[in-house]
Design a protein around this ligand. Structure first.
Ligand code: HEC
Length: 158
């Protein structure tokens, strides 16, 4: 038992060194920046700044990687969040969405802000600038709710 533990302790640094060879892919595909959500909606500067700080690392192609994202296995964990975040909601591709999808995603963003499940807690721990106050959450939600794109009557969908 003691021996096994010692082997594990010896192997750990080696594993960590080998892990560094598996770099994450930070490249993004070619995309049209004019189709970005904040650009198309002509977001006021304060809202745009807040959303860039609190949402855009995971929900756009404009992710900024912190220094610790260079180090495996943390880098894999960071990339996993980004992949998953973009999969669910990539605001860089907003212009290509249908009116129905736009309204639905805007509504979900409002919910996530009001209910507090976004940005992810694991993210705000390392990103103080992404910690939104109650009034900042209200300001973003109010702006989102007022967008013409937020109103989509399902009758139009036939
Ligand atoms: C650290 C990465 C990260 C940040 C920052 C982040 N999100 Fe997310 N978000 C995710 C991940 C991962 C998912 C998918 C899994 C889940 O729902 O937890 C998600 C899901 C969502 C969804 C659900 C989308 C759908 O249709 O399934 C919404 C809406 C959302 N996020 C809004 C936001 C908003 C608004 C912000 C900023 C205030 C934000 N997120 C910040 C990672 C992030």
């Amino acid at each position: 038992m003691k021996k096994t533990l010692r082997y594990i302790l010896y192997a750990l640094p080696v594993l960590l060194i080998v892990a560094q060879a598996f770099r994450i892919d930070k490249s993004v595909p070619e995309y049209d920046r004019s189709q970005d959500f904040l650009a198309l909606m002509q977001a006021p500067q304060d809202v745009a700044d807040l959303m860039r700080a609190a949402c855009y690392d995971c929900h756009s192609y404009e992710s900024k990687y912190p220094w610790y994202a260079e180090i495996a296995p943390v880098s894999w964990w960071v990339k996993q969040h980004i992949n998953e975040g973009r999969e669910h909601l990539n605001l860089s591709l907003y212009g290509s969405w249908s009116p129905k999808k736009r309204a639905h995603k805007i509504e979900e963003c409002i919910e996530s802000l009001k209910e507090g499940w976004m940005p992810l807690k694991s993210y705000t721990r390392g990103h103080p600038e992404a910690r939104l106050s109650e009034s900042q959450r209200m300001a973003i939600s109010a702006w989102l709710a007022g967008l013409p794109d937020a109103r989509f009557e399902s009758e139009h969908d036939h």
